[in-house]
Design a protein around this ligand. Structure first.
Ligand code: ADP
Ligand code: 5GP
Length: 208
């Protein structure tokens, strides 16, 4: 079937910091192979345990602004007072290889990618069942300072207003159940009709 596909597909995952996106992706990787996770570039400080080139490419504000000037980003946005951006080159390569390209990006990035690559994009918004549970998880994760957590909660209250712009919504209460839902979305993201080469499908269908 792959030769009837025009290219790969994009799956955008957004949701407030602390809702469980990384935990969910970990479970997803155990169940899915034909994917490429887009490693973003950011100007925020690495958290304890984060690895350059695995979690993010950590860059200075000056380096990031040079990349903006050179048109190296498919999209970028300022989130929680730091730059975050998706580099174009590796994405193009993975799409040409027919992969499902996963983006963990914010609501602004989602709108920018939709505007450019709507036909091949599927999106899912992930959140906790309640705001207080989000606060619990951010505190429990214990990776950010108090004022950073407050800033993330403030941002979450704004982000939640965008849920209706997404194709799917996952309320991450039970992690295993949420992971199953996310895997279902990943599977359907790869069979969107717009991903297929209609002429080739019909030609094959007629002659067999
Ligand atoms: P994100 O990547 O969205 O910032 P994380 O995956 O780091 O969020 O999760 C934040 C915290 O919440 C972590 O401590 C994680 O273990 C915990 N967590 C994730 N999903 C659940 C869940 N369904 N129930 C309880 N705790 C969860
Ligand atoms: P964190 O600092 O918790 O890793 O991420 C903060 C926010 O930035 C999250 O909402 C995450 O989805 C978003 N983000 C991460 N990478 C990108 C990116 O490349 N582009 C955009 N627009 N947002 C990103």
């Amino acid at each position: 079937m792959t030769n009837e596909l025009n290219k790969g597909a994009i799956l955008i995952l957004s949701g407030p910091s602390g809702c469980g996106k990384s935990s969910l992706l970990k479970k997803f990787y155990e169940n899915f192979t034909n994917y490429y996770f887009s490693i973003s570039t950011t100007t925020r400080e690495p958290r304890t345990g984060e690895i350059h080139g695995t979690d993010y490419f950590f860059a200075s504000k000056e380096e990031f602004e040079i990349d903006i000037q050179n048109d190296n980003f498919l999209e970028y946005a300022k989130v929680h007072n730091n730059y975050y951006g998706t580099s174009l080159k590796p994405i193009t390569k993975a799409l040409n290889e027919g992969k499902l390209v996963i983006f963990d990006i914010d609501v602004q990035g989602h709108e920018l990618v939709r505007a450019k690559l709507d036909a091949i994009t599927t999106s899912v918004f992930i959140t906790t069942p309640t705001l207080s549970e989000l606060e619990n998880r951010l505190n429990k994760r214990d990776l950010d300072a108090k004022e950073i957590i407050q800033n993330r909660l403030k941002n979450a209250k704004i982000e939640i207003d965008s849920i209706d712009k997404y194709d799917y919504l996952i309320l991450n209460d039970n992690l295993d159940e949420a992971a199953r839902q996310f895997i279902s979305v990943a599977n359907v993201a790869l069979i969107k009709t717009k991903l297929f080469n209609k002429a080739r499908i019909i030609e094959n269908w007629m002659k067999n």
